[in-house]
Write a protein that binds this ligand. Sequence first.
Ligand SMILES: Cc1cc2nc3c(=O)[nH]c(=O)nc-3n(C[C@H](O)[C@H](O)[C@H](O)COP(=O)(O)O)c2cc1C
Length: 203
Amino acid sequence: MKLLHIDASILGANSASRQVSAKIVERLKAVTPSLEVTYRDLAAAPLAHLSGTHLAAAQGATPESAELQKDVAQSQAALDEFLAADVVVIGAPMYNFTLPTQLKAWIDRLLIAGKTFRYTASGPEGLAGGKRVIVALSRGGFYGPQSPTSAYEHLESYLRTVFGFIGVTDLEFVAADGIQIGPEQRESAVKGALEAAALLRAA
Ligand SMILES: Cc1cc2nc3c(=O)[nH]c(=O)nc-3n(C[C@H](O)[C@H](O)[C@H](O)COP(=O)(O)O)c2cc1C
């Protein structure tokens, strides 16, 4: 069984989402020792933004440079890694009400018609079901339904949309919220998320 672990925070050792995603992987590995873990750090090794020449090369045009050829190969590797994974654990911090651009650049490499979704006469159909995706969210504020800023939430809602679109129905979130409210709230939010991670069902 394969697990793909993704981190995207730019805050290194001070990152809450990295701490929680690591705990999730530790928990799953503890209960399923045979789990094969692949790690991708999107802040340390970012994927490039999509470009027209990249799309053309991905669709069969001869890459016009060695750099583009490398980029197309990286894209394929990211997609293959995702498709091969039974479980995907993602550290997802909220930046400017949504996801970091590094994480978006990775998602841009996954949503490929014919690979992870397809269009049918009755509408789009996800092709990447049968996978469990667990997201470690960390947000500076609170965005629950009772919050006056609930409409500003475009991280969890976006990830629900995107993974739902490609057919992932086994989607879980472990959240550390209010990280920027103060040190006590940060401590209790991270503690709560780590406790929730430690209780996740086996892979
Ligand atoms: C560039 C940047 C933008 C941020 N924007 C928001 C935001 O729009 N809303 C929010 O609630 N918190 C925001 N925060 C706070 C982060 O969501 C919070 O610090 C969270 O812990 C980040 O995850 P990380 O610690 O894993 O990097 C922002 C933080 C950074 C660094």
